[in-house]
Design a protein around this ligand. Structure first.
Ligand code: T1G
Length: 700
């Protein structure tokens, strides 16, 4: 391959022109790439010695889509449509040679070519829906003509990808190349020339859409399905509309419909939020004072202390990626119970067809139970996951300090205790770090990585990389009570607990949260998690409503009663007249007057305190950037991704509005509503959290 000097290079393999796109890291279709493709293809078409054109990419992948960083900026010529018209109307065959992933505009580029070949490991998708969009360059019109309407709906509305083997079966590609892709593609080009094969245009192939003309039920069924699985999202529905247009309209009219739907989504707040989150997730691993080149320690063996819900889930995260893990408990009964839960979780997953029974055995074989901490002498990383008792944690870390090898990383899964204090129980505080998983640990993607005051930089780098390796989204936070997520959650809880005493019901508050886009509200969530978390039976004296519920055995779903009633075997919350009576009695005891509380007030009083706490967290350097806080809330607490996270949402509301409302609440209800200095500053300057400058390092 000739030296690649431009974002699009061209070389000749005798009569075959080869275009090589070289726009690292993922060959996105930037304006330079679009221009390069247009110019090179134009030259190739005019060159009488050229009989066919192959389009391929350098680096790790075929085109991964339009350049998302260009969205929202003034469009630069040539547009994709212009480039695509040139390719599709070429009088010489154009062949796409795909490796890695052909995604979004990448797959659309491949589909305007006359033929497509790929490596056996290539994947194909239209993931625009994950950015709150639909394909905007013909993907919703060409894909159904190739793979059929149902598969096109799954790919466009669901964002599912297909692997090369399935793509070949569906006719999305024409050949899987063994060996060198470019050589295979050039040989394929020569073959179609020799055979005089036609210049096929997908836009002219209608057999697969004719089959479903008039069958509205396919689309109605899809709308129902995605209405449930993607409740509140606009893009999945728009994708279904666009694919339906491919069936009911001419190709040109379908393109117009697609363009109209695309622009509407692009201009909307949901796509702005989802594109923001796309970059926010990738920003999290960029730590101002821990460079990407920081050497990492090798993690080949993990030890988990505690085989309870969290410990078992953490062990599963390791086994899921092939990491051997030892899990320790204090007695055989608890250990077997914990291992049994791991096995049952895997078997449930297998029963849904997402893994095989063979996978279950392979993963369980990677999880080795033990009753002795001495067995952790050879592990590279320990994750302590016992219950939240500082003395116990310090005792465990003191023992680990004696047992583990010097370079072992010692992690604690504490959900909010002081990591520095835990580290002080060892002679190696530089090796101690918080690894706060979210329950259920084998499901929730967020991992709060808690940097202690003495945590070494290579331990931070190792922990962040470990988080990504076990398919989590690691976010670095500093040491304070509750770190970031739980610290903000506590502020929200303060207000929701107050509002149910002032006249709002648990079901009203939960409905407001559900309608906002959360999977469930705080009271239903409390019942699901168990109201007795952190509740102390021996010292409980009915001080709070939660205490009173626990004291009469209403612990939540597990007792078929909490804030709500539950029919045996059902998880559906039913408003409880008993609880409503308890709330009224408790409010009367505390002389709390009742009033009607609107949905709007519920939302403001629930979200503004947590947003302001986020501002304090930034002031203190406990989080590096506002978008880290947003990632925490999306992946740890179910904040709807199409609303971008609390700090993104706050900028949409306007910090000046939030600031003014908090002052109003402060005047009425007290100084705990006093806005933070950062919120006040940004509001008065007419700015948003997006203008916040990075914290240079975390305080501890
Ligand atoms: N545009 C710009 N930058 C992108 C990008 C894109 N499409 N995709 C990735 N990046 C950056 C990313 O921010 C990161 O930057 C680096 O590349 C590596 O990414 C017209 C309108 C391809 C599967 O939605 O799914 O086409 O942090 O860490 O884990 O109809 O990137 O290093 O500075 O994710 O190996 C549709 C999005 C666009 C695909 C690779 N395409 N990308 O994953 O690396 S809209 C997508 C991905 C569109 C058309 C429509 C993944 C990946 P930095 P990474 P990875």
């Amino acid at each position: 391959m000739a030296k690649l000097t431009d974002v699009v290079n061209m070389e000749k393999r005798e009569e075959i022109a080869v275009l090589i796109i070289n726009n690292p890291p993922v060959n996105a279709l930037s304006s330079g790439v679009r221009k390069g493709i247009f110019d090179r293809v134009s030259v190739a078409i005019e060159d009488v010695s050229v009989k066919a054109v192959v389009i391929t990419c350098a680096g790790r992948t075929f085109i991964a889509g339009a350049d998302i960083t260009e969205f929202g900026k003034a469009p630069q010529a040539p547009s994709l449509d212009v480039v695509f018209d040139l390719i599709e109307n070429s009088r010489k065959p154009v062949i796409a040679a795909v490796h890695g992933t052909a995604l979004g505009g990448g797959l659309e580029t491949a589909m305007v070519c006359h033929y497509r070949v790929s490596t056996a490991t290539a994947k194909f998708g239209q993931p625009e829906v994950n950015l709150g969009l639909i394909p905007g360059a013909g993907g919703t019109q060409r894909l159904p003509r190739i793979v059929g309407v149902q598969k096109a709906i799954d790919m466009c509305a669901g964002g599912t990808q297909v692997v090369a083997e399935e793509a070949l079966k569906e006719g999305l590609i024409d050949k899987i190349v063994e060996g060198d892709l470019l050589t295979g593609a050039v040989n394929f080009a020569r073959k179609i020339i020799a055979e005089g094969r036609p210049l096929r245009k997908i836009r002219e192939r209608n057999e697969k859409i004719e089959e479903v003309k008039g069958k509205r039920e396919i689309f109605e069924e899809a709308r129902k399905t995605f209405g449930k699985t993607k409740r509140g999202f606009d893009a999945p529905q728009a994708n279904i509309d666009a694919v339906e247009a491919a069936v009911n309209m001419s190709f040109e009219d379908g393109l117009k419909k697609e363009r109209e739907l695309f622009i509407k989504l692009m201009m909307g707040s949901q796509s702005a939020a989802q594109r923001y989150v796309f970059f926010a997730e990738r920003e999290c691993v960029k730590i101002p004072d821990v460079s990407a080149e920081t050497p990492q320690r090798t993690i080949n063996k993990v030890g988990v202390v505690g085989a309870g819900t969290m410990g078992g889930g953490i062990a599963m995260c390791c086994a899921n990626v092939g990491l051997p893990v030892k899990i320790m408990e204090v007695n055989r009964q608890l250990l077997d119970k914990g291992l049994g839960i791991c096995r049952r979780n895997y078997e449930n997953t297998a029963s849904r067809g997402r893994i095989t029974m063979d996978d279950v055995e392979k993963r369980m074989a990677l999880i080795q139970g033990t009753l002795s901490l001495e067995d952790f002498a050879d592990v590279d990383l320990v994750i302590e996951a016992v219950y939240e008792n500082m003395d116990l944690k310090k005792e465990i870390f003191a023992n680990l300090d004696k047992i583990c090898k010097s370079e072992a990383v010692l992690g604690t899964n504490t959900s909010g205790l002081n990591v520095n204090e835990i580290a002080s129980a060892t002679l190696r505080p530089e090796n101690v770090i918080g690894l706060h998983f979210f329950s259920p640990a084998n499901v929730m993607r967020l991992l709060e990585v808690v940097r202690g005051e003495k945590t070494a930089k290579n331990v931070i780098a190792t922990s962040m990389a470990f988080g990504r390796r076990i398919q989590k989204i690691p976010v670095l936070v500093g040491v304070c009570q509750g770190f970031v997520g739980n610290r903000m959650l506590r502020q929200r809880g303060r207000e929701t607990q107050k509002m149910i005493l002032e006249g709002a019901t648990p079901q009203q508050i939960d409905r407001v949260f559900f309608d906002f886009g959360f999977p469930m509200g705080p009271f239903a969530m409390g019942d699901l998690a168990g109201l007795d978390i952190g509740w102390n039976k021996t010292t409980s004296e009915g001080e709070t409503l939660r205490d009173r519920l626990c004291e009469i055995g209403r612990l939540g779903q597990k007792t078929n009663a909490g804030y709500y009633d539950y029919q045996p075997g059902s998880r559906t919350p039913v408003p409880s007249t008993l609880v409503e009576k308890m709330i009224k009695e408790y409010a009367a005891e505390k002389n709390i007057s009742q009033r009607v509380i609107t949905d709007d007030e519920i939302l403001e009083k629930s979200l503004y305190p947590m947003i302001d706490e986020g501002a304090r967290i930034l002031e203190e350097g406990i989080a590096i950037r506002p978008s880290d806080i947003d990632v925490i809330w999306i992946y740890g607490y179910g904040w709807p991704v199409y609303r971008g996270g609390p700090m993104f949402y706050a900028d949409l509301v306007g910090l000046n509005k939030i600031y003014d409302r908090m002052l109003e609440f402060q005047a009425k209800e007290g100084d705990f509503w006093k806005p933070s200095a950062l919120l006040e500053k940004l509001a008065k300057e007419g700015k948003g959290f997006k203008d916040f400058r990075l914290g240079s390092r975390l305080t501890h």
